[in-house]
Design a protein around this ligand. Sequence first.
Ligand code: HEM
Length: 776
Amino acid sequence: HVYEGSAREASEHIHVQERPCAVCPRGGKCVPKVKCPAHVRPGSLNPSCHLVLGHIGICCFTGQKHSAQLEATQRSGAISIEDIKSSHDVSRQKMVQWIANEKVLERSADTIISSSAPSYGHHLSMVTYDKRVEGLGRGGLLNVFAALELKSRQAVSEDELELGATGHTDGPFCPKPPQCPDTQSRYRSIDGECNNLANPTWGAVNTGFERLLPPDYSDGRYCKDQGQPRGNGQVERIHQIIIAVLSKLSADDPTKWYRRVSVVQRYLIGTYQRSIGMTPFELLFGTKIKDKDDDELKKLIEEEEIQMFKEKRQELREKAKESLLKIQEENIKNYNRKRKEATSYNVGDLVAIKKTQFSQGSKLFPTYLGPYEVLKNKGNDRYVVKKVGNTEGPINTTSSADFMKPWVTSEENYSSGNSSFQFTGDSHGNQFISLTAFHTLWSREHNRVAQALSRLNPHWDEDTVFMETRRILQAEFQHIIYNEWLPLLIGHQMMQLFNLSPSSEYSSSYDPTVNPSITAEFSTAAMRFGHSIVDGRIVIPNTKTGEVYETISIPEVMFQPSRMRLRHFLDRLLIGLTLQPMQSVDPFISEGLTSYMFRGTNPYGLDLASINIQRGKDYGVRSYNSYRRLCGLQPFESFEQFPQSAAKRLASVYESPEDIDLWVGGLLEAPMEEAVIGPTFAHIIADQFYRLKAGDRYFYDNGPDINPGAFTPSQLTEIKKVKLSRLICDNSDGIELVTQPVEAFLRADLPGNELVACNSGRIPFMDLSRFKALKI
Ligand code: HEM
């Protein structure tokens, strides 16, 4: 058995075939393999080299771009004006067709929306009615259609299309680049734009994900077949073959393609299929197609069989139709009974509209914008609204009743007693009660720091107080993540390998060639390791008696934060979180997430594990083995290399180890030394946090030569004292929570991490007097 994540990985790093270079040739930079995706492209010439701690890296000549080699050598660059014009026309026509189809579906009586279904709630938390975002989404599709048209005219190569490396900026849809102000802002922009001055959209809202490897869509475009894992898209593949072969065979008279179908069919059913271990003909008739006579005889038998099959099929179809109609009727009844009439608004009403765009670190902003005045009722519960006053949000927009509520001032909101939902900037703020608790801690920390700053700087206006507080909170957050949380997750070796640990002085890691955007692999798989550590219940302990107040099953507190209104609850929950062990990262996911997620009052909810796997496919994320190769790890060649229990289950759903989904494979890896996750996830996560640090001009410990809003050395020293335990101590209610373990990410019953009094001085304070400014 070679399946011992850390031991195996260590040996791989030591026993490499060729001798690693001491210094990279041709000006190459020695980096961990995941940081140079071009090394897995065929024909790449990346010699290995020495990194710190005996690790072996790759000499990289392309930076974090897998397409750079292609850009330099293979770009065809021969796109004619006619090609461009006609690709535009084709893509626009296709778009018109798609929108028309969408309208038909929307109006169809067969389209049933159950607003009480858990999937509907999940959809609402993901969907956007923001016109700008809708425009970007449609623009993306226009470009896909145009690119496919260009490919069909052979104006771009397969490689260029796959890697998005045409460098062509005259597509049917190219959003205007943002205009960055001439003077450099002291503060990070709200939407993340203009962080990188040469590439102002890098890391901004409403921009695409980065990819460690190019997408892998089975239709070569933007769809992933649903057949995986077991079927592995076989049917779709065969269909594609049939279409291609038929068009070749009937090249002389394309209108008579159907005459060739039987030849193709005969060929296909007489060909050995790996998935069934014989030819389909054998499977059907128990014998091989031998010669022409036999063939004719079998044809007769086949006709008989087909007749029988047709009759049986007709019967089955009648039955299916009956039961479908019955279910539909029930669904309609249910729908009519449960669907709440949408609130209707009159012209002139003041409303709040739901915010649908969020930027980095903006979790503390409200979810609703307003006030807006209703200008027009567009029918179908949609309204044209106009902003009143000078608040955040678009001036004119269209919104739907689902995303509107009557405008009330915040005082009215809190006193109305109607909702226990917390006002958070992130639509996930109420998703789970412990998340709501952390939103609460951070908003209180904001208010705490803002009060201290305005006392120290009475001449500041309220915008300055807000922006300065925001700047400090972002720094506190980044420091806690890089200093406390990340080392526990990926281990100290990876921290060193990717140069992620905060230094005692200003950081020297800013690199304007690094794109800080989130990678598809991080978002859909690696960072979702967290779904495996969630316990099925939350224990609220009674520390006085050693008993428990209550054990809450997790679906009870999803989008249901009303317990937060109980006076003692926040403190008790936070105490419980420091005592309750984390679940290990493994393929076992709590039923609360796989059967009952967001169930509300329904008997069952959603399955987060399936959603994660499907989300990976949506994004065209490649298989687990592709990422092992990318990280310089050996791929799994057979299921037996996995632990026995997993091997059996994997073999029952996947055809080959090459098909295993990234999220599934990553969860199966044994954790690395002193880490929570295995090597593949650790590399992907380390790469992401490297991007977020090296690609962020405003990273909290960048000096004034890089960061226009840099902290002074003495302010930075104070920020670097911040620990999660301090944040909890300062912002909990202090009714029952008066002690904390210094290392709040570790359990309080670990030796050396015992509870200490919040006010004992053992948990360091950030001295805010350093933020008394002479002038800003
Ligand atoms: C009770 C706890 C949790 C619940 C109910 C939950 C639920 C969800 C849901 C519904 C999604 C969106 C799925 C989709 O449609 O693709 C999601 C996404 C995600 N979750 Fe969780 N989650 C929980 C805990 C965690 C934890 C502990 C972590 C990590 C430590 C995590 C990391 C992520 C990430 C990275 C995404 C993708 C976000 C994005 O790119 O937009 N989740 N989660």
